[in-house]
Design a protein around this ligand. Structure first.
Ligand SMILES: O=P(O)(O)OC[C@H]1O[C@H](O)[C@H](O)[C@@H](O)[C@@H]1O
Length: 272
């Protein structure tokens, strides 16, 4: 628990250890499991991130910004291993947190065998996440990873994602290559992995909000929503309230890390 006057304190909710932050500029919450930013709301605004109201015991929390690491989606060779890797199921250590008038900077770390990953998060009027991976194995290893953000929206079928015009990628629902024409809208589910990162904008007219979401530096921008496919423990109406726009390096854009190499992945958002 933080001392009096400090912006952060630990609590337990639905069996999870949470770090709650009340800063003059924003409110936020992380779970120790996953080092996962679950909630971020700059003062006077609606929350930016969506989070399911029910959290499974022993599973991953659906919402906020899950860290998918050290693989994204299914493991390439081990079908029984958990989807999206160990990071979102493991307890992380909070290495540092500093606050000033502008905001807060927090550093989370997870060490597994020869691998070490840190998540640096800056929160203020915007949010910036940077994932840094190193390994000290004796041979080159494959890495795929994602900052799998669930953005809260008025209604997924009524928002538009700008900035992917002309981008090529893979449409996993259509099982074909795709090229984005104009703005992206989600009518009945979406699962596209675009082969480019860059500045995007999520436009929500009903909420009169436009978020600039930057996936520059990532090889892939992933857009996902299950449509009418049911998600365990998430009601249909609740699921209408998010769209995932993710920074990732995955599939053919997975990385080969030689011992001592470092891989970076970042995601940045601000209001425009
Ligand atoms: O249900 P989860 O394991 O949390 O994954 C949720 C979704 O994440 C990503 O966007 C993947 O590309 C999808 O295939 C997956 O369904």
């Amino acid at each position: 628990m933080a001392g009096k006057g400090e912006p952060q304190r630990w609590v337990t909710h639905q069996g999870y250890e949470l770090l709650l932050i009340e800063h003059p500029r924003f409110q936020a919450a992380f779970s120790r499991q996953g080092g996962q930013l679950l909630h971020f709301r700059p003062r006077g605004q609606r929350p930016w991130l969506w989070c399911a109201s029910h959290w499974p015991r022993g599973g991953a929390i659906r919402g906020g910004v899950p860290v998918c690491w050290p693989w994204f989606g299914r493991h390439p060779t081990e079908p029984g291993w958990p989807s999206h890797g160990w990071a979102r199921l493991s307890d992380w250590q909070l290495l540092a947190s500093e606050a000033d008038e502008q905001g807060m900077r927090l550093t989370w770390q997870l060490a597994l065998c020869d691998w070490q990953v840190t998540l640096e998060v800056e929160l203020g009027t915007g949010m910036r996440l940077c994932l840094r991976t190193r390994h000290q194995d004796t041979h080159t290893c494959q890495l795929s990873h994602a900052l799998h953000a669930y953005w809260q929206v008025s209604d997924v079928t009524r928002v538009a994602l700008l900035g992917l015009e002309g981008a090529s990628g893979h449409d996993l629902l259509a099982r074909s290559e795709c090229r984005q024409r104009g703005e992206l809208r989600v009518e009945e589910g979406c699962h596209r992995i675009f082969r480019r990162g860059g500045p995007l904008q999520l436009q929500d007219l009903a909420w009169q909000r436009r978020l600039a979401i930057d996936t520059s530096g990532a090889a892939n921008s992933v857009v996902w929503h299950p449509g009418s496919r049911p998600l365990t423990d998430v009601g249909w109406h609740e699921a209408q309230g998010f769209i995932c726009v993710e920074a990732a390096s995955c599939g053919p854009d997975s990385l080969s890390l030689a011992p001592g190499d470092e891989a970076l992945l970042s995601l940045h958002a601000e209001l425009v």
